[in-house]
Design a protein around this ligand. Structure first.
Ligand code: NAD
Ligand code: UDX
Length: 490
């Protein structure tokens, strides 16, 4: 049996890990820790009984390639899922906080600041029930100085003989590739207090990751740098997508091809070729939330120019989604009222069933606002989830109208039948190999195909008879000559 890590300053050994929050981060992260650290007992807790029951069942609550095998290999041995939050906190030596930190939808900072109520309630729960020392690891994405707030809550409620160390260990996994990202991370980032106690706690967490991550990929720094690095990384990634999407608008107005431009730009080794794929706009639970969080932080720090800079990343993303929807309407002879439109893909990217902030939601909203009848197909998104997104008050103020306008299909060919247009919103691989001749034959004419992900063979589709419209490239659009002059003021 392996010798466990002993923390002399806290007088404890790292034998039990508890993770608060059994979501997209907590579940996969802990499954990978349990898989690689057989001598550590890992328990993931959540307030949601439904979620925990799913983690304990054959049908996990999230779809991630490779995750089923990893979970099933360790579950019941050294990996457990439980709703007994208090008990598991009491017993744990090291606690990951992996709760959600959504954008605030009320009060000060509404629409921009991160809502830290779940983080605070987790910290208060730890402070209330703990009877022995612990390392508390903030894994959720938070604004700079959140770890300090956690430490303040813990210290203000500390029991005699109990000591805490709070670390920042942001997660960089991307959905759809979570298992790979966790098994072979670009880096593991650990921030902590620059004190002997802090350094020892950092070493304890390095020891856990050291079971499968090489030393040169584990970087340590002060807590604030660690917290800011997470926001910075997401802001940089989102900024690249908004930059190439901004270029896509120029391409469509000039005859340049955004894929060629991205290729040329990305071959510069200083720039690199990743995250330069123009699209209908980025989605997901992180980019928008974290960039807005950064914007709010800048405003609070009285840095309005910096706030404005990052805000533009979001503005271009909004613009891109709206621009794509407008193009659909314009091409369908400026009206989509009562027209049947097939939507291929509702998840925010391929290989996930997650729909949070998916560009498809907004495309559907804009088309529903115009009275279009939508026929939606996604290989992984559940019907209930899809309806929840479209009936959210921010998307539709009349749920009965959504029911009237939206049909959800289990078969893509059925979804496309008798439609005026087909819109690709997610880059699922299976969309590439469909029988488009069959699809074309079943559609109303002229048949339009809008490829919001630039994944299909446009020449072939045009050969079949489709009018193809995509992002960042003019194909069969009306050849209107636009002089190089700014549009007249409205
Ligand atoms: P999620 O909504 O999928 O899961 C969070 C879970 O925490 C929920 O199941 C919720 O019930 C639970 N929870 C909330 N408060 C609790 C409490 N007091 N006690 C017990 N359980 C509680 O969220 P997620 O996508 O896993 O994200 C978690 C954090 O990780 C966020 O800060 C997010 O920004 C960050 N993050 C997410 C990703 C991603 O790809 N989803 C990647 C990196 C970082
Ligand atoms: C992101 C970060 O990549 C990850 O490091 C962080 O931990 C969480 O946030 P995620 O949102 O899961 O991960 O997926 P990601 O692959 O980053 O894609 C986000 C969105 O950007 C998706 O809608 C995707 O389709 C879009 N995208 C991505 C593009 O439009 N173009 C690209 O070139 C890359």
């Amino acid at each position: 049996m392996e010798k466990l890590f002993y923390c002399s300053k806290l007088d404890m050994t790292i034998g039990k890990i508890c993770c608060i929050g059994a979501g997209y981060v907590g579940g996969p992260t802990c499954a990978i820790i349990a898989h690689n650290c057989p001598s550590i007992q890992v328990t993931v807790v959540d307030l949601s009984e439904e979620r925990i029951a799913q983690w304990n069942s054959d049908s996990l609550p999230i779809f991630e390639p490779g995750l089923d095998d990893i979970v099933k290999g360790s579950r019941g041995k050294n990996l457990f899922f439980s709703t007994d939050v208090k008990k598991e906190i009491v017993e744990a030596d090291l606690i990951f906080i992996c709760v959600n930190t959504p954008t605030k939808n009320y009060g000060v900072g509404k629409g921009r600041a991160a809502d830290l109520k779940y983080i605070e309630s987790a910290a208060r729960m730890i402070a209330t029930v703990s009877t022995k020392s612990k390392i508390v690891v903030e894994k959720s994405t938070v604004p700079v100085k959140a770890a300090e707030s956690i430490a303040n809550i813990l210290k203000a409620n500390v029991k005699p003989g109990v000591k805490y160390q709070v670390l920042s260990n942001p997660e960089f996994l991307a959905e759809g590739t979570a298992v790979k990202d966790l098994l072979q991370p670009d880096r593991v980032l650990i921030g902590g207090d620059q004190t002997p106690e802090g350094h020892e706690a950092i070493q304890a967490l390095c020891w856990v990751y050291g079971h499968w991550v090489s030393k040169d990929r584990i970087i340590t720094m002060n807590t604030w740098s660690s917290e800011l690095s997470k926001l910075a990384a997401n802001a940089f990634l989102a900024q690249r997508i908004s930059s190439i999407n901004a270029m896509s608008a120029i391409c469509e107005s000039t005859g340049a091809d955004v894929t060629e431009v991205a290729h040329a730009v990305g071959m510069d080794t200083r720039i690199g070729n990743k995250f330069l794929k123009a699209s209908v706009g980025f989605g997901g639970s992180c980019f928008q939330k974290d960039v807005l969080n950064l914007v709010y932080l800048c405003e609070c720090l009285n840095l309005p120019e910096v706030a404005e800079y990052w805000q533009q990343v979001i503005n271009i993303n909004d613009y891109q989604r709206r621009r794509f929807a407008n193009k659909i309407i314009e091409c369908l002879f400026n009206t989509v009222t009562n027209k049947n439109i097939a939507i291929f893909g509702f998840a925010f990217k391929k290989d996930t069933g997650d729909t949070r902030e998916s560009a498809a939601i907004y495309i559907c909203k804009y088309l529903m606002d115009e009275g279009a009848k939508l026929h939606i197909y996604d290989p992984k998104v559940e019907e209930k989830q899809l309806i929840t997104e479209l009936t959210h008050p921010a998307i539709s103020d009349d749920p009965s109208r959504v029911k009237e306008l939206v049909t959800i299909h289990k078969d893509p060919y059925k979804a496309a039948e008798n439609t005026h247009a087909l819109v690709v919103c997610t880059e699922w691989d299976e969309f590439i190999n469909y029988d488009y001749e069959k699809i074309y034959g079943s559609m109303l004419k002229p048949a339009f195909l809008f490829d919001g992900r630039i994944i299909l063979d446009h020449q072939k589709l045009m050969g079949l008879g489709f009018n193809v419209i995509t992002i960042g490239k003019r194909l069969q659009r009306p050849n209107v000559h636009r002089p190089y002059a700014p549009a007249p003021a409205q």
